[in-house]
Design a protein around this ligand. Sequence first.
Ligand SMILES: Nc1ncnc2c1ncn2[C@@H]1O[C@H](COP(=O)(O)OP(=O)(O)OP(=O)(O)O)[C@@H](O)[C@H]1O
Ligand SMILES: [Mg+2]
Length: 456
Amino acid sequence: MEGLKNPNGRFDDRQDLLSRIEKYERKVIPSYEGKVHELTHKLRNRPSICTSVSCIDVSKRIGDFEKDSKMNPELDKIRSELKRAEEVIREKDNEIEAKNKELREMTNMIQKMAATFNTEMSKQEILIRELNDEVVDLRGQIRVAIRVRDYEKDGSNFEITSDNEVKFQQNGQSNVFEFENVFKPTTNQPQVFNEIKELIMCALHGKNVSLIAFGPTSSGKTYTMRGDEENEGVIPRAINFMLEHSRHDLATIGWQYSFVASFIEVYNDEVFDLLDEKKKIKITGEAVTSNKIPIKGMRDVNHLLQLADAQRSVASTACNLHSSRSHAIFQIYIDGVNKSGETIKCSLKLVDLAGSERAKESGAQGEQFKELTKINQSLSTLKKCIRAQKNKDTHVPYRDSKLTILLRDSLGAGSSKTMFIAHVNPNDVCETDRTLKFTSDLRSTRIGKATVQTGQ
Ligand SMILES: Nc1ncnc2c1ncn2[C@@H]1O[C@H](COP(=O)(O)OP(=O)(O)OP(=O)(O)O)[C@@H](O)[C@H]1O
Ligand SMILES: [Mg+2]
């Protein structure tokens, strides 16, 4: 049994012990037992004993011999070693069980700690996000996100480097562009909406909010804002979210809301009502006399969107089979009142701009060429307004186009929380370059802090 101990007098591990016991059982014991049987056999077959003693005597002698052999000190030693080994195994089993128990308790404790840590982390993340949002608010910055269409990555000079940054190489120079969100080609419609719904919520809290999709033709602006049957875009999702949130969470704290919507388009620098058989609308001062439809449920919304879809100016171009030839502005007017008589009166604008395009690529001629020129002119005025606002010029040329007259409140003349979603198709290097440069201007433009609109 000495061999089972290590130099510190402790027993080696259980496996070693078991293998030694097995060796005793397999080799030593059988060899002694073998000798006992051999001798017994010889004794039985000895003629002299067989003739001189009776069978009872023989078996007695055998029994005695076996008793003697049981008393054999070598076998006794083995037996006592086996007994001790058994005790040691039992001790080890108890030790292992105690360790297992300890381990189970530790695992439980670590799991509890990890859960608490995760909750704390997500609380911290939310807090950081809120603080970041507050900083952007206080600075009165325009928020900018980017949605990237699927593109050929081999040899591309465009790279998505994180959830907030993209890298773009042009003329041997590599620039990093920062965004509120980067929506990758794999980001789906619900995920896009999930990231911007906090902004939509601000409208329910009384702030004017604008979300504007821009970018070159065929980059996915209409897909993001309107979506298609299977993949609804921001407009239907935003209304659904507002209806649900106002009826449940906000109603429980005593707020009552009413919603009214309008949908207009700017086509060839003229304004048309998409909810009133495309009637031309005159803009007098700030007022827009478009049809306003009350919204009580999603059935109203779907009806309204179908009306607008049927009226919107769309054409097939070389770049996009269903290219929007107009800027579309969906606006939802929100009125809220709570039990103590506090009110809010604000609006949410969801804008799907027509895409910038080059005459050569789009193959535009005749009427389409005129449309394209007007689209590019209004987008250029929009950029000029942003630049003037960024440079804090005394004059911002809002009145130079119908589009900027309609969006002036979102671009700094009023109080608004504004987000642009830039759309790019990175394989179109030239347009990507232009779009990214414009996003830099947008990010550094201050439009003032959005305040709660009480309507009083
Ligand atoms: N992220 C996307 N995932 C899947 N399909 C998309 C995505 N973005 C755009 N598409 C598809 O690409 C096509 C062009 O998109 P869309 O019409 O939205 O472009 P656009 O930017 O509005 O163009 P235009 O300025 O000409 O109106 C559509 O068929 C649309 O369904
Ligand atoms: Mg479009």
